[in-house]
Design a protein around this ligand. Structure first.
Ligand SMILES: N[C@@H](CCC(=O)N[C@@H](CS)C(=O)NCC(=O)O)C(=O)O
Length: 205
């Protein structure tokens, strides 16, 4: 059975869990990372020398890097659905998966500052710079979604998974955001998916 290592409040673990759930896969999840430890044990480091989560093991095949995990699971179990069969449509979805890390970089100081750092230790300047950078990116996404239901066109694909996880943090962080109707409509569409509700749109910790 598929095994997924990673704590559920990690944005990158959420991506793997969301993909597995969308594909209806049976899997076992093992808590790992931060307060759970595990990632520094010799056994884990043998699987993932980065000492990060998520890591998966599928029939003896070990894989890390969350977006690659999503690509792998989608291609294995969801070609023609989560993973478009047409090469260009697939590349379009993959482009947005990679772009999600651009969004994550912009949001890092905001998320860590506001959610995981005590008030007296916060770097207000870094938080504000990140907030402004994330707004510029969210505006780009808003323009892209002007005439699209999902990031890669009319259907939900693996492309929506990493971006959806990153934008969830943006939407739920206590920051000032401009009104972006296309992003909000797309986010509401994601909100109708059981797997998104179960693992992604939960309080930030
Ligand atoms: N690019 C990697 C980044 C993985 C990563 O940074 N994971 C974080 C959680 S989001 C982590 O393992 N942090 C240390 C920990 O949880 O102990 C991926 O997408 O899988």
């Amino acid at each position: 059975m598929l095994k997924i290592w990673g704590r559920t409040n990690s944005v990158n673990v959420k991506k793997a869990l969301w993909a597995a759930e969308e594909l209806g896969l049976k899997y076992e999840r093992v808590d790992a990372g931060m307060q759970f430890g595990v990632t520094k044990t010799p056994e884990y480091l043998k699987m993932n020398p980065n000492s990060l989560v998520p890591t998966i093991e599928d029939d003896g095949f070990v894989l890390w890097e969350s977006h690659t995990i999503v690509r792998y699971l989608a291609a294995k179990h969801g070609t023609g659905k989560l993973c478009p069969s047409d090469l260009k449509a697939r590349a379009d979805a993959e482009r947005w998966m990679d772009w999600a890390f651009t969004f994550q970089n912009a949001m890092r100081a905001v998320f860590w500052g506001l959610i995981r750092t005590p008030l007296e230790k916060r770097d207000a300047k870094a938080i504000e710079e990140g907030r402004l950078a994330s707004i510029r990116l969210a505006e780009l996404l808003n323009t892209h979604l002007e005439n699209r239901t999902y990031v890669a066109g009319g259907a939900f694909t693996m492309g929506d998974i990493p971006v959806g996880c990153e934008v969830q943090r943006w939407m739920r962080c206590p920051i000032e955001r401009p009104k972006l109707p296309n992003v909000e409509a797309w986010f509401a569409r994601l909100g109708q998916r059981p797997a998104f509700k179960k693992f992604v749109d939960v309080p930030l910790t």
